[in-house]
Design a protein around this ligand. Structure first.
Ligand code: GLN
Length: 234
């Protein structure tokens, strides 16, 4: 885990899932880095606390908050109504949505409507893409929704032909396309509309108030926009 930049006060553990670039990823040395980490460090500095980052599978993030193993989740997580029953979210900080991607040389699938009942579609376990993929399977529109813990493994499954398509958040799929050109491409329109929030344990208003105050300050002083630029999200 990495130490944050605050120089006094509490040290909060921030959980993330680091195969979600540019929001949550690792550098060459294996340190957890990304837009979400820079944002948390900026909020921590503004509010006089410190953060350290720990890695979980995506479906382990909310349980980590609930058990008290983590204080904060910063993981490109949709602040959905379903999740609001389990955890509390900050004000949202980024608008996103799930898109379909296929192999770069696939010319038959141009949208979700082109998926057929013999096809397999990859998703990351515990995400909004899982809900979309499992719904398609239940409706018989695809043969199988195939879950992966790591988004890079799901991208690789499209590349090898183990699956026909991938459902994943658009800015992250774009970043994989950027890092590994000519492997996958996005087809069709967004299939969900979502906004990311920072999560804390239900009822932890003391911490949530600090996060919201810090988020507002870093948005107003230009830090937030600089970080969007830095991570190619502007
Ligand atoms: N935004 C999606 C969700 O919240 C996926 C997040 C992720 O994989 N980090 O379900």
């Amino acid at each position: 885990s990495d130490s944050g930049s605050g120089d006094s006060g509490e040290v909060y553990t921030v959980a993330t899932e680091p195969t979600f670039p540019p929001f949550d990823t690792t550098d060459e040395d294996g340190n957890i880095v990304g837009f979400d980490m820079d944002l948390m460090n900026a909020i921590a500095e503004d509010q006089g606390f410190s953060v350290e980052f720990v890695s979980y599978n995506f479906d382990g993030l909310i349980p980590a908050l609930q058990s008290g193993n983590a204080d904060i989740v910063a993981a490109g997580m949709w602040a959905s109504d379903e999740r609001k029953a389990e955890v509390d979210f900050s004000e949202t900080y980024f608008d996103s949505g799930v898109v379909l991607a296929v192999a770069d040389d696939n010319n038959t699938i141009n949208s979700v409507d082109d998926l057929t009942s013999d096809m397999k579609v990859a998703y990351q376990v515990g995400t909004s893409s899982m809900d979309v993929a499992q719904q398609l399977e239940e409706e018989g529109k695809i043969a199988e929704a195939v879950g992966f813990d790591k988004v890079n493994d799901a991208v690789q499954a499209v590349n090898t032909g183990a699956v026909d398509a991938l459902l994943n958040d658009k800015p992250v799929t774009l970043e994989y396309m950027n890092q590994q050109p000519d492997i996958i491409k996005i087809v069709g329109e967004n299939v969900t509309t979502e906004s990311y929030g920072i999560a804390v344990q239900k009822g932890n208003t003391e911490l949530l108030d600090k996060i919201n105050a810090g988020l507002k300050n870093v948005q107003e002083d230009g830090t937030f926009d600089e970080l969007l630029e830095k991570w190619g999200l502007a």
